[in-house]
Write a protein that binds this ligand. Structure first.
Ligand SMILES: Cc1cc2nc3c(=O)[nH]c(=O)nc-3n(C[C@H](O)[C@H](O)[C@H](O)COP(=O)(O)O)c2cc1C
Length: 206
């Protein structure tokens, strides 16, 4: 385990080729995803859903709609991050537990539960897509850093036919929108160094 945050942050590179002998146990993958879901989300509705494609069948299904061949085929797994377009379905599950465990006072519970469902029910589909993609992207970034904490590498990818991903992964395409897929594994070839525009060139103080 790497606990050096600067190293995790500054030395994350997109890795394209992985050591095919390195697999990740379900226990460790779930541990990484449990750390991932500490990410924040709008009104804490946590609209992210994950499909871990690790079998040949699941990876082949991705390869039918993606050109990212090396990352998909050599990685230990490809985690597909989906956004749930009906996140309010979990409102009670989340908020009832917050109340029961004393993490949320009753008056806050009543106020939040009373306003969130009608608020979310009123969203257009396009707006809902934006909301769940923002939340799920935060989880995806967090996942890439958590994975490095565990000594593995990643590559975020949107190079696939997005309209086919849910069906390929066995999810309802009307409910789940793909946000990105992330290959995970032990680097065989190091990622390239890449350039960043400095903050002073892209920041305005007003
Ligand atoms: C949303 C997103 C989509 C990306 N899609 C792809 C992709 O389809 N294929 C690929 O090889 N890299 C993809 N990348 C990786 C970027 O090219 C890479 O992050 C960028 O060049 C910076 O390099 P670094 O990740 O090594 O810092 C994607 C990255 C992000 C954040």
């Amino acid at each position: 385990m790497n606990n050096d945050f600067k190293d995790i942050l500054l030395n994350r590179k997109s890795v394209k080729v992985y050591d095919e002998d390195v697999k990740i146990s379900h226990e460790e993958m779930l541990e990484m995803l449990d750390e991932t879901v500490t990410a924040p989300s709008a009104v804490n509705l946590q609209p992210w859903r994950f499909v871990v494609a690790e079998s040949k069948e699941a990876k082949d299904a991705i390869l039918e709609i993606s050109t990212n061949v090396n990352q998909v085929s050599s990685s230990a797994a490809v985690v597909v991050f989906f956004g749930d377009l009906q996140p309010q379905a979990n409102l009670n599950k989340i908020y009832d537990e917050a109340l029961a465990t004393g993490k949320m006072p009753k008056e806050v519970y009543d106020r939040q539960v009373g306003f969130i469902k009608p608020f979310y029910d009123g969203f257009s589909e396009q707006w809902m897509r934006e909301v769940v993609k923002i939340d799920t992207s935060l989880a995806a970034m967090q996942f890439m850093l958590v994975v490095r904490e565990h000594g593995y590498d990643t590559n975020a990818m949107t190079g696939y036919e997005a309209d086919k991903m849910a069906e390929k992964m066995g999810l309802d395409p009307k409910r789940y929108v793909p946000v990105m897929m992330i290959s995970v594994g032990k680097a065989k070839e190091a990622g390239y160094d890449s350039v960043r525009m400095p903050a002073k060139d892209i920041t305005e103080f007003k």
